[in-house]
Design a protein around this ligand. Structure first.
Ligand SMILES: *[C@@H]1O[C@H](CO)[C@@H](O)[C@H](O)[C@H]1NC(C)=O
Length: 294
């Protein structure tokens, strides 16, 4: 009896691994993450349901996922450092390791009380960054929790705020533009001192008399693929991210017009010798079926 039970459960396990390439995590900070710096300043609470990051003048703090993921949708509710948060950076990002790393970034740049936070997004592909787009938010992100999501699949990356897409990055490998499709990434959230550049280009420094600075996180959820010998992840589409419909394109355009404050594709000073290839719409149109708003 005992041995047939064991055989059955091994058989079942084997089938599950082969048939389902996705792995769903209900989100327990204790199970899914390690503290990567700041020791007790990263404080997991409520039995793994929520977490706070603190920064004092000795250190910030951060956590990183135990798993590496290749594609998936990652949702996190975040309440940012309140009051005078100038110079602080709260980051929520995916990153691979090594010299030609990939990274998908959301960085929240703090500000003086009453002045707006900036959400700075960026992409590194094969070690190349420089794809920043920055936004003001349409709410005070320090008053309540809001959901910030990265939805990454082989075709495109969508960044969402409260389920509203604010930025889409398409895979343009077919026209020679690097895009993250090969390197698995870990998910990180960190709180650190960015006062050399973050707030008004480094003019406003951290007021350490206001320390400790605290950002709060809860309801982490990943619907993501963990690569292994039986999972290659390339067929994965856990984020229901299957092309953009007309409504989504309209919303993106609206958000861009109202809330975007920096777009690398319009930075003619930085790219005086010519904008990156993917910034030119005619280059994009050459080889792509679904031309979306950029
Ligand atoms: C901070 O507030 C100033 C003044 O409103 C604004 O120009 C700036 O974009 C805000 N954010 C950052 C991160 O500097």
């Amino acid at each position: 009896m005992a041995s047939s039970y064991v055989n059955n459960s091994i058989f079942l396990l084997f089938c599950l691994c082969l048939n389902f390439s996705k792995v769903v995590f209900g989100g327990d900070f204790n199970i899914d993450f390690n503290i990567i710096f700041g020791d007790k300043r990263a404080n997991i609470q409520n039995g793994g349901n929520s977490m706070i990051l603190e920064m004092d003048k000795y250190s910030g703090s951060g956590i990183g996922s135990k798993n590496e993921y290749l594609f998936g949708r990652f949702d996190m509710q975040i309440k940012l450092v309140p009051g005078n948060s100038a110079g602080t950076v709260t980051a929520y990002y995916l990153s691979s390791q090594g010299p030609h790393h990939d990274e998908i970034d959301l960085e929240f740049l703090g500000n003086l009380s009453g002045d707006p936070y900036v959400l700075s997004t960026n992409l590194y592909a094969n070690g190349n960054g420089g794809h920043e787009m920055q936004y003001y938010l349409w709410f005070d992100p320090t008053q309540d929790f809001h959901t910030y999501s990265i939805d990454w699949n082989p075709q495109r990356i969508i960044i969402l705020v409260d389920n509203i897409p604010i930025r889409v990055m398409h895979n343009r490998q077919n026209i020679g533009v690097a895009f993250p499709t090969r390197q698995p990434m870990r998910l990180y959230t960190t709180l650190w001192n960015g006062d050399s550049w973050a707030t008004r280009w480094g003019k406003v420094k951290i007021d350490w008399s206001k320390a400790p600075f605290i950002a709060s996180f809860r309801n982490f959820n990943a619907n993501a693929c963990v690569p292994s010998s039986s999972n290659n992840c390339y067929g994965f589409n856990g984020g229901k991210n299957k092309g953009l419909n007309g409504e989504t394109k309209m919303k993106l355009k609206e958000i861009h017009e109202k809330w975007n404050i920096y777009d690398y594709c319009r930075d003619f000073r930085r790219y005086a010798r010519g904008l990156p290839y993917e910034c030119c719409k005619t280059n994009n149109r050459k080889n792509i079926q679904d031309v979306d708003f950029e």
